[in-house]
Structure formats: C-alpha cells, structure tokens
Design a binder for this molecule. Sequence first.
Ligand code: COA
Length: 155
Amino acid sequence: MPSLINYRELNILNDSEVAQIAETHENAPKYWTPEYCPKPEQIRQRIEQIKKRDYCVDRFFQLAETPDGKIIGFHWLDLEKADSELFGHIKSLWVHDDFQHQGLARQLKANGEIWAKNKGATYIKTTVHANNVKMLNFNLHFNFESGFIEMIKKL
Ligand SMILES: CC(C)(COP(=O)(O)OP(=O)(O)OC[C@H]1O[C@@H](n2cnc3c(N)ncnc32)[C@H](O)[C@@H]1OP(=O)(O)O)[C@@H](O)C(=O)NCCC(=O)NCCS
C-alpha cells in the first residue's frame, strides 16, 4: 500500500473540491456504460446534495490524497435509519485508475465501517448496477451478499 496517502474528511466549504467529487461520482456510470455522459444539471444537483446532509442521520465522506494534494479516491457513506435500526448506506466508492490495486479502497472501506459501527450501525448496504461487474465482484470479495434486485423495463 502507498505509505504517503493521506485520508481526510471532505471539506464541504471548498467549492472546487466538492465540484470535483460530484463530477467524478456522476461520471462513474462510464465504467460500465462507456458512452454515458452526465448532464450539467445532474452534477449541479449532486453538488447541492453533497453540501447538504438531507435524508441521512450522519455522513462519512473521506478522501484519499497524495502528498501534493491530488485527490485519488473517496468514500461516501451515509448513516440512515430503517425500522428504528441504523445502517450505513454506501453512496460512492472510487479510486483513480492509476492508483487501483494498491489497497486504497480496502482502507477507505475499513475506515467507513469503523465509523458506521461506532455510530451504532448494524449493517451496511450498497446499490450496484448489474453491468458493473468490477464493483459486484469487489463487494462479494468483501463478504457483501445480494438482497433485492431491482429490475427495469423501458416503456
Ligand atoms: C472497485 C474499486 C473501488 C477498487 O479499488 P482499489 O483501490 O483498486 O481496491 P483495493 O486495491 O483496495 O482492493 C482491495 C481488495 O479487493 C480486491 N479487488 C479489487 N478489485 C476487485 C475486483 N474487481 N474483483 C474482486 N476483487 C477485487 C483486491 O484483490 C483486494 O483484495 P486483497 O486486499 O484481499 O488482496 C476501484 O476499482 C474503482 O474505483 N472502480 C470504479 C468505481 C466504481 O465503479 N464505482 C461504482 C459506482 S459508485
């Protein structure tokens, strides 16, 4: 694992940092649908969602950055409540292509899970696109199990 990676909280007061994260998050579908292109409005709405903390009890938003301040990974995990039970909801996990397979996602996930557990979460859930084979396999590797599977028919 690279030794000089710094893990720190996202600064929601830093507009360019938030914009960079929102843009990366909205471009993630390109991994499984290469022609995908997010609309500027989607990125704008994501910026607002990241800045506010609506619909969650608490939020873990951690960045991984190089010593010269380049953001090379992040993990966004919301603490939510259902049936009076707290759980962690993974909203995003991303590692820059040039820094994959060096343990960054493992570290980000471990930090997020410790945070969620300390907050009282009893489980963690995530939603993955069926075509995102990389992320499906990654989650299976980390002992996630499939629950409900959403199916869509275009009209
Ligand atoms: C999936 C992703 C987060 C993995 O990041 P990473 O930093 O390369 O992962 P790590 O190096 O921490 O790997 C941790 C472990 O997972 C395993 N792993 C990594 N990618 C895997 C894959 N595609 N399938 C199965 N296991 C995988 C590694 O072998 C490693 O196992 P080990 O520690 O027991 O040896 C990264 O590839 C990514 O950002 N993908 C694109 C983003 C994306 O699709 N996001 C979904 C939309 S939110």
